[in-house]
Design a protein around this ligand. Structure first.
Ligand SMILES: Nc1ncnc2c1ncn2[C@@H]1O[C@H](COP(=O)(O)OP(=O)(O)OP(=O)(O)O)[C@@H](O)[C@H]1O
Length: 234
């Protein structure tokens, strides 16, 4: 099988755990290269725990899982940074460093992930800022940007290493509806360019506006809109 045919995420009978507590059990799903899926479910149903398991912040409790070619059930801590370099991770609370400029925020990540050479770094910086529509904001401090612009910087940061997969946890959570729709359009653009996206959200308006595959955490299970039809309610 060629690399491009290998799914980005493959879970089989996987257990998602918080300590000794099982959050989701026997979940099986595949996310193909370049696919987009929403992850929904009530508060506390396990969306964040599932995303954390996919980026190896939580250990896989049982079953088998592969993300970007890395087997989760036998991932040593030394391999975790290599897995994370294949992923773009976006949280609801922006987690920008507020004591430095947009450019410095991005350069910090580039250097931490092994980039060197002033010109290479500068080029990559310009590329990602252009991509998220912030070409003129490199020298601004985060507090000089709106919430939506800050979220764009977070997305630019997640794109630095050309991830195979974007994992986003409530990326539109704190934004007003128009700004949320702008951010969603940006995700769609990124996805159209070939990056797979798994996006946890409570924003059903966005899902109705941009209908795509939906995975729902419910009663400890994961249900998949491509296999079972269900209503978009919490
Ligand atoms: N750090 C933690 N330690 C122990 N239990 C946790 C921790 N974080 C979450 N949990 C528990 O795990 C379960 C799943 O929580 P999780 O945060 O994955 O849900 P969620 O669907 O993402 O919720 P929300 O929509 O509110 O973000 C809940 O019962 C929660 O209380």
């Amino acid at each position: 099988m060629s690399d491009s045919a290998v799914p980005v995420v493959e879970l089989h009978d996987a257990y998602i755990m918080q300590d000794v507590n099982t959050v989701l059990q026997k979940i099986t799903f595949t996310l193909e290269k370049g696919e987009f899926a929403y992850l929904v479910g009530r508060t506390g149903s396990g969306k964040s725990s599932l995303l954390k398991t996919l980026y190896a912040d939580l250990p896989l409790g049982g079953g088998v899982g592969t993300v970007a070619g890395f087997p989760l059930q036998k991932l040593s801590s030394g391999k975790v940074p290599y897995l994370r370099r294949k992923l773009g991770i976006i949280f609801q609370d922006f987690q920008l460093l507020f004591d430095r400029t947009v450019a410095e925020n991005l350069i910090f990540v580039l250097k931490a992930t092994g980039w060197s050479g002033k010109a290479r770094i500068q080029n990559r910086l310009s590329e990602v800022l252009m991509r998220v529509g912030l070409a003129n904001s490199a020298s601004k401090m985060p507090h000089q940007l709106s919430g939506g612009e800050q979220q764009r910087v977070v997305i630019a940061r997640a794109l630095l290493n050309e991830p195979l997969l974007l994992l986003a946890d409530e990326p539109t959570g704190n934004l007003d509806p128009e700004v949320a729709a702008d951010i969603m359009r940006l995700f769609v653009e990124i996805n159209n360019a070939g990056t797979a996206v798994l996006m946890a959200t409570h924003n059903y308006q966005i899902i109705r506006q941009y209908p795509k595959r939906v995975l729902k955490c419910e009663n400890g299970q994961l249900i998949d809109s491509t296999q079972v039809s269900f209503k978009l309610t919490e």
